[in-house]
Design a protein around this ligand. Structure first.
Ligand code: ADP
Ligand code: MG
Length: 397
């Protein structure tokens, strides 16, 4: 079990608490287009405010390459946070993150106040886990809280380096929840345990497939990656996504599944088109494709087989859409799987991966799942069985 100290184990009254959040939200023209990550950070922030901590929030946003840039400013997040919390979150706008503005804002804080620092990646050392910036961050606080699961797979100043220079480091509620679901539930699943893997590439998911084959009773494969597997089975897959150099790997995984007694399910029919285009004609195709066709979604028979395989599941982990869900004609496979999960009574359903989380939310199944991970890359690394540096760093503090 991954037992970490959490915000429930510390006293914060009157203390300066630095909270690393994941406010890396998608934005368009300065407007936040998906605030899930901000909402997910609220329980920890509210708890620390209610307990009378001086709550100093920090996060990265996007990938500013050359230092400070207006379009990567966290100002819109401070504004939205203030609205969601019903109290002002002072935005300490400092190009150096821990500059005069930040120090003055922190010095002026009363118990229960909140301040948001500027984008940690405005400092180039951030992604290099440099000592100086780590120390500067630590100097602002008495206690450090890491609640940024989405950034936990990176060893940066604000996720790892800072912990070396503080006396107390704990995880927040979001981090705790992510560790519980992606770590503990997956490691000690209630069976039957079914994993569904899809998305575009086999090569992105190699270690996930390998690791989950050691744990699951059934592995369902769909999405673009399924066609490298179908090729390995000997089918003609036309112009479908193929990673030639992963055909042997696919064969190896099919063999591993057999040896382990894992039921491995692959598509038996697909929705195919001659163009990667929602307006082009398409058809259901069983088995071999024509040379000029590509598979863009799983077909109706496959949907039924997959739904059947999920019907008695008690634990389900899903990463990767079953088709090109961004196009309505090729979203049906993903919808069918989401529906099969939504139909389950007393099962734990866990969604990992950035596009998968977006798909489930967009298609209206968000509130039907037990847990939708806020971490894209981080959730995949967790499912690979890796230890995340940001999680490890709060150990033994
Ligand atoms: P996640 O971010 O959840 O890990 P991925 O990034 O691996 O998921 O995959 C998501 C992408 O895979 C989507 O943009 C989707 O359009 C694409 N995809 C799914 N099935 C296919 C397919 N058959 N052909 C091409 N692209 C596909
Ligand atoms: Mg993705």
């Amino acid at each position: 079990m991954l037992n970490k100290k959490t915000v429930d184990d510390i006293q914060v009254k009157g203390k300066r608490v630095l909270v690393r959040c994941d406010f890396n939200v998608p934005m368009k023209d300065g407007v936040i287009t998906d605030e899930n990550r901000i909402v997910a950070a609220l329980p920890t922030i509210k708890k620390l405010i209610a307990d009378g901590g001086k709550v100093i929030l920090c996060s990265h946003l996007g990938k500013p390459k050359n230092g400070p840039e207006e379009k990567f400013s966290l100002a819109p997040v401070a504004k939205r946070l203030s609205e969601l919390l019903g109290q002002e979150v002072v935005f300490a706008n400092d190009d150096t993150v821990v500059g005069e503005n930040a120090k003055a804002a922190v010095a002026a804080m009363k118990d229960g106040d909140a301040v948001l620092l500027q984008n940690t990646r405005f400092r180039k050392e951030e992604t290099k886990n440099g000592e100086e910036f780590s120390k500067e961050l630590a100097s602002l606080c008495d206690v450090y809280v890491n609640d940024a699961f989405g950034a936990a797979h990176r060893a940066h100043c604000s996720t790892v380096g800072v912990t070396e220079f503080v006396d107390t480091a704990v995880v927040g509620y979001l981090m705790e929840q992510e560790i519980n679901f992606l770590g503990n539930t997956v490691d000690k699943p209630v069976r039957p345990f079914v994993a569904i893997l899809g998305g575009s590439k086999v090569s992105d998911k190699i270690n996930v497939i390998n690791n989950l084959l050691n744990k699951v009773d059934t592995l369902i494969i769909g999405g673009g990656m399924a066609y490298t597997f179908m090729k390995a089975q000997g089918y003609e897959i036309g112009k479908s996504l193929l990673e030639e150099d992963k055909i042997d790997y696919a064969k190896e995984m099919m063999k591993k599944a057999e040896e382990k007694g894992v039921k491995l399910l692959l598509p038996v029919d697909n929705m195919v088109s001659k163009e990667f285009n929602n307006d082009a004609p398409f058809r259901v195709c069983e088995g071999n494709l024509e040379a000029d066709e590509m598979a863009l979604d799983i077909g109706p028979k496959t949907q039924a087989i997959y739904a059947e395989a999920l019907a008695d599941a008690k634990t389900v982990v899903w990463n990767g859409p079953m088709g090109v869900f961004e196009m309505s004609n090729f979203a049906k496979g993903t919808i069918a799987i989401a529906q099969a999960l939504a139909n389950l009574q007393d099962a734990t359903t866990i969604i990992g991966g950035g596009d998968s989380a977006a798909a489930v939310n967009q298609l209206g199944f968000g509130d039907k799942m037990t847990h939708i991970s806020t971490g894209g890359g981080a959730s995949l690394e967790f499912l690979e069985g890796k230890e995340l540096p940001g999680v490890v760093a709060v150990n033994d503090k």
